[in-house]
Design a protein around this ligand. Structure first.
Ligand SMILES: [Zn+2]
Length: 131
């Protein structure tokens, strides 16, 4: 499967790493587990959405082993520039449940913060960090 991101995508990934992932790593003093760092050329072939930030090459789904995803999301919200931050499917009391989605776009860093959760089997996005 071909994975050949454009120069813009590579630049956006570099900015995401520099402005979010590296800061998180420096603060927590341990590696960030990146579960998805995607490019348009790859996403459609693995069945992902073609409209999400992952497809523009500047979003990542991350976790840090041993750190509650709610705490990680809160720290990013307080300390980083980003376009969108989503605490995804976190269960209170289960620190490693869910994950944190974060995207970076130098032209559109509006710092939107959301919590994704399931209600009646459907994914809903609530404003802010709800945990
Ligand atoms: Zn994501």
């Amino acid at each position: 499967m071909a994975n050949d991101p454009s120069e813009t995508e590579i630049e956006n990934m570099r900015l995401l790493c520099e402005n979010v992932l590296q800061k998180v790593r420096d603060y927590y003093g341990m590696g960030v587990k990146v579960n998805s760092l995607s490019t348009p050329s790859l996403i459609p072939k693995v069945g992902g959405s073609t409209t999400s930030d992952h497809c523009k090459g500047f979003a990542a789904d991350i976790e840090i082993p041993g750190i509650a995803n709610a705490d990680l999301a809160q720290w990013i919200a307080d300390n980083c520039e980003f376009r969108q931050l989503i605490l995804e499917f976190y269960t209170v009391g289960v620190p490693d449940s869910g994950w944190v989605h974060v995207s970076f776009n130098p032209a559109d860093n509006k710092k939107q913060v959301l919590t994704a959760t399931k209600q009646n089997g459907k994914t809903v996005y609530l404003p802010g960090l709800v945990a």
